[in-house]
Design a protein around this ligand. Structure first.
Ligand code: J7C
Length: 420
């Protein structure tokens, strides 16, 4: 329910914001807004939900649907103007070892790339390769050690590149590998390449949108008929139970120490279930049906503009009775052989394979739904890139739970910000 404005200011500093996207109030004290609306933000009680006013009506709105009004911003401190790519923070985080250690320690990930190079070592002879976002240079080093390419261009924007150069020398590969420090969009090569290899995948495949840099480099530097590694990618989804997570975050409030804390449950829902849960490891026994690959991307034909909105549809047949708490997502990527063009290696980050550092991503429904064997769940997933914060997106899930016995149908929809 929306509440009328009660007092004028009271010494608050009101900030003007513009709605980036429509939002429909979900009961409580939320406020419905439409893209382009000008709002006054009264308070920011949590990073996700702000207390804002629109045309005299006040309520909670999701912070990720708002951007600061540019007119107001330019009047203020210029240091508040942020880079939509957040490159300083992004490349800053890749300038330390923490993330590189995590990626290199991920055996499934790193071995997949090593295997592709090994399987194609004969065909890589005398070929030019670009390794985009090479990090510590592991893929470039595999190329130089396991095959005889004519050149490997190892491109890395973060300050790690300085160390990568040392690692290349240390391992005696400096004749083959050239380390180029800079954004792939800005570097210049002496020649076009035969193979563009990159490990660009983020959570739910697209998060970070490093893929845009890869597609731009492809259009500029991959020769006609050249090969992309990975060559294709897919997002996989499954309806699932998440009993222990639901109990830990929601059921908990029913009777802690014998007291009734259920008035906190709407808050718990907003705080714990608004955003997806990264780093979830789903048990096979929590999958309510066979997983379904809902989105397919071909790295040779995909265009940057296609990334703005990516949509897929699903139809799941429930194979075991249980509680439908949400959806779990992961991705697979596949590498084609330079020789035959057919898939030679697949990296699968799902529950049927060894866990990777991406783990899986859990999307919790607001209300669990009981399901039985024979029911079906149909619907769609839409990944919308944030128009302002280019590394972020929202994921909208629409679903219908159709009972296999009485023909009943329950409809639901939920939009999850990732991260803004
Ligand atoms: N140009 C060069 N290096 C990049 C770019 C770019 N446009 N984008 C990402 N990187 C590097 C980044 O510094 C890090 O070492 C690696 O690529 C990111 C890997 N992240 C991932 N999710 N696979």
């Amino acid at each position: 329910m929306q509440t009328e404005r009660e007092n004028e200011g009271d010494g608050e500093i009101l900030q003007q914001y513009i709605a980036l996207a429509d939002f429909t109030a979900n009961g409580g004290e939320e406020l419905s807004i439409s893209s382009g609306d000008k709002l006054l933000v009264h308070a920011k009680p949590s990073p996700d939900w702000w207390w804002a006013e629109l045309s005299g009506v006040i309520g909670y709105v999701p912070a990720n649907h708002l951007r600061q009004d540019a007119a107001q911003e330019s009047e203020g401190d210029s240091s508040t103007e942020e880079d939509p790519w957040q490159d300083e923070e992004y490349f800053g985080s890749y300038g330390t070892l923490k993330l590189h250690l995590e990626m290199l320690s991920d055996k499934s990930r790193t071995e997949a790339y090593r295997q592709v190079i090994l399987n194609n070592s004969a065909s890589l002879r005398n070929k030019a390769v670009m390794d985009l976002g090479c990090g510590t240079g592991i893929i470039s080093l595999f190329c130089a050690r396991l095959a005889q390419p004519s050149a490997v261009y190892a491109v890395e924007a973060s300050s790690m590149a300085e160390y990568t150069r040392q690692l290349v020398r240390q391992n005696g590969c400096e004749k083959v590998i050239t380390v180029l420090q800079g954004r792939a969009e800005e570097i210049r090569l002496a020649e076009k390449v035969d193979v563009l290899v990159s490990e660009w995948m983020g959570n739910c495949l697209l998060f970070e949108y490093m893929l845009e840099s890869v597609l731009m480099a492809r259009d500029r530097w991959l020769r006609e008929g050249g090969v992309m590694w990975p060559s294709s990618a897919a997002l996989v989804l499954v309806p699932c139970q998440a009993d222990s997570y639901y109990t830990e975050k929601m059921v908990f409030w029913e009777s802690p120490y014998g007291l009734d804390f259920t008035p906190l449950q709407p808050l718990a829902q907003q705080e714990f279930f608004t955003k997806p849960k990264f780093s979830h490891l789903i048990e096979l026994s929590d999958c309510l049906s066979a997983p379904c690959s809902v989105i397919h991307l071909d790295m040779h034909t995909l265009q940057v503009k296609d990334l703005e909105e990516v949509q897929g549809h699903f139809h799941f047949c429930i194979e075991r009775s249980g509680v439908f708490h949400g959806f779990t997502a992961w991705f697979t990527v596949s590498f084609k052989s330079l020789e035959t063009g057919s898939a030679t290696v697949e990296l699968d980050t799902g529950p049927n394979s060894e866990p990777t550092h991406w783990k899986q991503t859990l999307f919790m429904l607001d209300k669990p739904v009981d399901v039985s064997t024979g029911d079906s769940i149909t619907g769609s997933i839409t990944m919308r890139r944030n128009p302002i914060w280019r590394r972020h997106m929202t994921i909208t899930l629409n679903w219908n739970v159709n009972s296999g016995t009485d023909g009943n149908c329950q409809v639901g929809t939920k939009t999850f910000p990732m991260w803004r």
